[in-house]
Design a binder for this molecule. Sequence first.
Ligand SMILES: *Cc1c(COP(=O)(O)O)cnc(C)c1O
Length: 395
Amino acid sequence: MSKILSKNLRPHTRLQRSGSAPAYRGGKAVNPPVVRASTVLFESVEEMAAMRARRNDERIFTYGARGNPTAFALEEAIADIEGGFRTRLFPTGLAAIAMVFTTYLKPGDHVLIADCVYQPVRHLVGTFMQQFGIEATFFCADGSDIAQKARPNTRMLYVECPGSLVYELCDMRSLAALAETHGWLLVADNTWGSGLQYQPLALGADVSIVAATKYLSGHSDVMMGAVTTTEKAWQPLAIMTDAFGMTVSPDDAYLVLRGTRTLAARLKLHEQHAIKVAHWLLARTEVARVFCPALPGHPGHDIWQRDCRGTNGLISFEFTHADLPAATGFVNRLALFGIGASWGGYESLATLSDLGAARSVTDWSRAGPIVRLHIGLEDPDDLIEDLAQAFAGSD
Ligand SMILES: *Cc1c(COP(=O)(O)O)cnc(C)c1O
């Protein structure tokens, strides 16, 4: 169908139309373009209707609330890294988790949640789930008490491996077998593994969530969550995500896609540096325990060796004697480590962890204060010198 546009358009009209589809010759850019859009245009009423009819099953660009071509490119990349069927993107990792609960649970259902999950999940349980009549029970991160805590109305097993803060391991394959027997959906928060160091879907999980805010973006300047599923689990998530109008901006998608290109290279350095710092910490008298799944003494290290392709920049340690004020002083004295939430950027961070608030099944009341470090891309010898001066100093 050819559209006839007069050559004699008046200035106000030309302002709105000129340059809207610049034609150019030449090659193509390496990266997918940032396509900003709310409205999407079609050639005809019939084409618009045909595209809208297909959009629930296929990834078709019909309106900005359902995603944009830059976000689609990132979805492709994450689905590929995670080894899943397809991926949907969310404004934050927490929003991604909330959408998974909203999609697959309904009033009257029960969900089993691992004790080691990202702490704000507990807030979701206490707010949204409680209000909507969804019951949740926390189970020991190694899965040992699942049989005893399962109920006839259990619908989902929600895990995180390795766990937040102290990196508990679970045997995903045996949890998948258990979930299959009972008809439970197995959901894994795979933020630690970024799809590269760990792949829950390959081990039998149905749904994998990654906070792209962390290593996928890698530069501490963008928030995003991604949910990747198997083909079987896909449709309910796609429907609910569209129903809620969830998407991300093309600018944010561009940044995260750019970050994924260097993910492997960055992770290799984060890993090397973290292991060096972890071994240095192990030899300090101030340190009772170092938590890092790559250390042979770490509980579940054998599972890590079997199921993971490496570790990342996260390590935590427990003070031998220090009380909370002394541990606080230690963190405050660090000069190269930023004090702040999140991790996965290029820079080192230190935070005091409150395991008492982050766990409800395991008892951490007798443990010393625990500091979580994110080891960045700085020279690890500089980081070690900084840690040494923070141990030596006093307020
Ligand atoms: C940070 C994090 C999230 C949440 O991601 P945000 O983008 O900060 O909302 C979820 N799970 C884990 C394990 C995380 O570390």
